[in-house]
Design a protein around this ligand. Structure first.
Ligand code: APR
Ligand code: PHB
Length: 397
């Protein structure tokens, strides 16, 4: 078995692993990333697109903000539509000046990959059978296969940045973790199309036929979503059926101005809320989707990954520079406070905006009334806005 050595072994080259790797590399801390897939596969996944201001600042801090600053669309508000009525949430006015930036996760990943390559930091793609070991000892290591050889990577710490289906969380004994989960009885069917956005801001629409979202990637590329039953298949949805259904769920003026076109990507994602506690096991730390999943309705998944990365980076910096080993045990509790607030907001947005077939008539009216209350009250709109732009990152001490 060949032996390699690094300071922080990172499993997974999604946004969590790449951003952590970049921040640590810039601080002179050596990392090696092990990724199961080839780079093109990682870049082929179409995911989220709304960056909180905290994440925008973290990307700039990591030195990868140039293209985002040039091409990202700064949005100062978004719209909520309820059976035809349109309510503007003025993020900037309601939060004392905060905004969000529309810039696809795919682009964030592309920028981070390029920066890592330029920095000469190592990523091993198509690493098979990645397994973390010795997490409860002072000498953890990771084994993996590459090109028919088995390797052992010795390290000080392991960052499990390997997403919901990764190996890091699954390597922790089940009796050391508590799992909190809710699976929703519907999914989101998303399409990407080279058409101009129907509106200059995002529109989240609640409708008796089900939820719809109008999002975008650029002034010429749109991303639209429809709530669909969990068992639906992409093949059930021709482009024509998608556009017809979207129009039926949007306020009349928007439906009339919707420009349709051929889809360039179409996929269905299930909706799930999931948190594991604690987010660490000895010298291994779970980061991003490896530790928690939110339904996409609040646009929080990618942003939570960024706040976990920020927390772990700040702790490791103090560990390596000041010998502050005592901070390591704080990782999980610091992250979880923010994670649970974002879980709550994502669950709430999902509950308010989707159609729940199992709701009785009373629950249906209560939910309509709850949303109407929040939208008709300045305090309510403020609550939505401050969660949407992102709650502050917590200091590590
Ligand atoms: N070994 C090595 N790599 C693995 C393994 C494994 N056993 N299992 C998974 N991976 C890789 C995946 O191929 C993927 O590239 O880990 C990476 C995890 O990336 P993501 O799933 O994107 O998770 P994360 O980086 O935490 O990103 C945060 O926020 O908006 C949400 O879901 C969205 O992906 C997004 C996430
Ligand atoms: C997206 O553009 O993909 C997107 C935007 C907002 C959301 C979810 C997804 O809440």
């Amino acid at each position: 078995m060949k032996t390699l050595k690094t300071q922080v072994a990172i499993i997974g080259a999604g946004p969590s692993g790449l951003l952590l790797g970049q921040l640590l590399h810039n601080a002179g801390i050596d990392t090696l990333i092990l990724e199961r897939q080839p780079p093109d596969y990682v870049l082929g996944r179409i995911r989220a697109g709304v960056l909180e201001q905290g994440m925008v600042e973290l990307l700039r801090q990591a030195g990868v903000g140039q293209r985002m600053d040039a091409e990202g669309l700064v949005h100062t508000g978004f719209e909520l539509a309820l059976d035809g009525r349109r309510v503007h949430i003025d993020l900037q006015a309601l939060t004392g000046g905060k905004t969000v930036t529309i810039y696809g996760q795919t682009e964030v990943t592309r920028d981070l990959m390029a920066a890592r390559r330029d920095a000469g930091a190592q990523t091993i793609y198509e690493a098979g059978n990645v397994i973390p070991h010795g997490m409860k000892t002072a000498e953890p290591f990771v084994t993996f296969d590459k090109d028919g050889e088995t390797y052992r990577l010795d390290c000080d710490y392991i960052a499990g940045c390997d997403g919901f289906h990764g190996v890091a969380r699954q390597s922790i004994p089940a009796d050391c973790l508590k799992v909190f989960e809710r699976v929703y009885p519907f999914g989101w069917l998303g399409i990407l199309a080279d058409t101009p956005p129907v509106h200059e801001e995002l529109v989240y629409a609640r409708h008796e036929r089900g939820f719809a979202l109008c999002s975008m990637r650029s002034p010429t590329r749109t991303r639209y979503y429809l709530q669909v039953p969990a068992q639906d298949k992409v093949e059930d949805w021709s482009d024509q059926r998608f556009w017809d259904e979207l129009k039926s769920r949007l306020p009349t003026a928007l439906a009339a101005s919707l420009v349709t076109g051929p889809s360039i990507e179409k996929s269905i994602a299930p909706l799930r809320s999931f948190v594991v506690e604690p987010m660490q096991y000895g010298r291994m730390f779970l980061v991003g989707d490896a530790a928690h999943i939110v339904p996409p309705t609040g646009a929080k998944g990618l942003n939570l990954a960024a706040s976990d990365v920020s927390t772990l980076f700040n702790i490791l910096l103090k560990v390596y520079r000041e010998g502050r080993m005592d901070l390591l045990e704080k990782y999980s509790e610091v992250c979880l406070r923010r994670v649970w607030k974002a879980e709550r907001f994502s669950w709430w947005m999902t509950s308010m905006l989707h159609r729940f077939d199992e709701h009785d008539a009373f629950s249906q009216r209560i939910s309509e009334s709850e949303l109407a209350y929040f939208l008709d009250s300045e305090a309510g709109r403020k609550t939505i806005a401050e969660n949407y732009v992102g709650l502050p990152y917590e200091a590590i001490e």
